[in-house]
Design a protein around this ligand. Structure first.
Ligand SMILES: Cc1cc2nc3c(=O)[nH]c(=O)nc-3n(C[C@H](O)[C@H](O)[C@H](O)COP(=O)(O)O)c2cc1C
Ligand SMILES: [Mn+2]
Length: 490
């Protein structure tokens, strides 16, 4: 089987189960299964972090997490090639291939299709009332200081979080569905804390209900096919139904089913669904929690959520994301790139690609590549990138021969092609991420940050660059014999 094969959705499947089956069949090296018992408190994340230090990012199924009968799937998005596969691209697709594919699908929304409970795998088991127990799920404790207030008797669950549930709500004014990931803190059998960032659509929806003193009905879908996830996290406006964008990614309607206890629909293929209400007035301390910049998010008084029902597959997988690590960073990053690319192309037709590198936490830094025709265009492209994504802090624009997936090549351009006073601009007190540890007031959760745009393209009178004829054609065996291959690569 060639590495460059594209896959149809029938091959890729439509559920997390089917995606793992697909990897087992076509790319078995992508999946590790752990049968021995592992501790949900730090052991899973210590092992994943150690693998990360070894630069290995397999999808891992922990079959036997202490205290739970349900397997825990992690790291689904920790490797870019797996995200490319989720769009049906070959495993060796480039980030640019990904942006172009994502863009062409994103613009063709397909309305979801309602199915009945009998044909929805997420309804195979239905638990309501006293049967609801979120502590039976293999939630994890990720980082040393993760914490938050729990009910008496649930001290053992302090610092345990759901990090990969897609919260689904409806705008009470427009009825438009919204999906986003907001972490949930385990507080009791049917009680959770929630942290929704002020900038998320979910926050606007919750506020509309809070102002009227109404609870917010909210379903949490856990364990989805990554094609669906890429649609749910698309960087769209509040009036866009993300179920229709998930359909766009799938190329067919997303099958959805009604919840048992609240007026919300969920993906029928989900592994697990929590049916909840955000309480209109109750608030409790939530966090500290290890966040994506690599620092802890501070404790806050956050809303309390009550779980009214749990529905799931008989053989359900629970899914987790290791926040602050590749699994979380890549998924957040790739879904924002298409908007940045569109905005930059609008500013200048000379832009050829954009890349948000993992070195900038897949959020704060963006490299823009352009085939410059006129001066001034690189700075306009940088401004367009800032306009598209408020989390960006550094935008570096380079020439078309610079490989923007290689930090070293970009820094070569910064080092040799930039006169900071002419070629860069600085904007202070601009809106960024409230979790930015370099914001105006990180302890106070300030979102005011400083932004820097850099034109690192070659300027007029740039000296000729060094080159030597024959580098590509020289036969190293002929020059050095066969020993050169044994010399250590530096
Ligand atoms: C693994 C992961 C965890 C996340 N956790 C949170 C979170 O706890 N709170 C939050 O507000 N956003 C979180 N996000 C980001 C939002 O899910 C994302 O911005 C989403 O698009 C928001 O959707 P919305 O604007 O439609 O509400 C997380 C993203 C990922 C990939
Ligand atoms: Mn939204």
């Amino acid at each position: 089987m060639s590495a460059s094969e594209r896959y149809s959705q029938d091959e890729l499947g439509r559920s997390l189960h089917e995606f793992i089956d697909f990897l087992d069949k076509h790319h078995p090296g992508e999946v590790l299964r752990v049968e021995r018992e592992v501790d949900p408190v730090f052991e899973v994340t210590a092992a994943l972090w150690r693998l990360e230090n070894e630069r290995r990012f397999p999808l891992v199924v922990f079959e036997n997490v202490k205290g739970s009968k349900i397997p825990c799937v992690t790291n689904v998005h920790a490797s870019f090639p797996r995200l490319a596969l989720a769009l049906g691209l070959p495993i060796d697709a480039t980030p640019r291939d990904f942006i172009l594919e994502y863009m062409s699908r994103e613009d063709h929304a397909i309305e979801p299709r309602l199915v009945d409970a009998a044909s929805a795998p997420c309804k195979q088991v239905v638990m309501t009332g006293d049967d609801v127990d979120v502590t039976a799920l293999p939630t994890l404790k990720y980082h040393e200081l993760d914490s938050g207030q729990v009910d008496p008797g649930f001290e053992a669950f302090q610092g345990r979080y759901f990090t990969l549930g897609y919260e689904i709500m409806k705008d009470p004014d427009t009825g438009v569905r919204n999906a986003g990931i907001y972490r949930l803190q385990v507080k009791g059998r049917n009680k959770l804390g929630i942290q929704i960032s002020e900038t998320a659509h979910g926050h606007y929806i919750m506020q509309k209900n809070l102002r009227q003193g109404r609870p917010t009905p909210m379903a949490v879908a856990i364990g989805l096919h990554p094609t669906v996830e890429l649609g749910f996290l698309s960087f769209t406006g509040i009036d866009v139904d993300e179920f229709a964008i998930a359909g766009a990614m799938l190329g067919e309607p997303l099958e959805m089913v009604k919840c048992e206890t609240i007026d919300v629909e969920v993906p029928a293929q989900a592994e697990i669904v929590l049916e909840c209400e955000i309480h209109p007035t109750e608030r409790e301390p939530e966090a500290p929690f290890g966040e994506y910049p690599g620092t802890y998010g501070p404790e806050r008084l956050n809303p309390v959520v009550y779980v009214k029902a749990i529905t799931m597959r008989r053989d359900a997988y629970y899914q987790s994301s290791f926040v602050g690590h590749r699994d979380n960073l890549l998924l957040s990053g790739v879904t924002r790139n298409s908007q940045i690319y569109k905005s930059c192309r609008l500013a200048s037709g000379a832009v050829t690609s954009v890349y948000v590198p993992p070195s900038g936490r897949s959020r704060y830094i963006c490299y823009v590549q352009m085939d410059k025709v006129i001066e001034g265009d690189p700075k306009n492209a940088a401004m367009a990138a800032f306009a598209a994504d408020p989390f960006l802090k550094y935008v570096v624009v380079v020439d078309a021969d610079v490989d923007i997936t290689n930090d070293s090549e970009v820094w070569h351009a910064i080092a040799t092609r930039v006169r900071f006073d002419h070629d860069a601009f600085v904007v202070s007190y601009s809106r960024g991420s409230p979790l930015d540890p370099a914001s105006y007031d990180p302890a106070g959760g300030s979102h005011l940050v400083t932004k820097v745009g850099i034109d690192a393209t070659r300027k007029a009178n740039y000296q000729p660059e060094i080159s030597t004829p024959g580098v590509d054609s020289v036969d190293l065996d002929a020059v050095f014999g066969d020993l050169w291959q044994q010399v250590r690569q530096d």
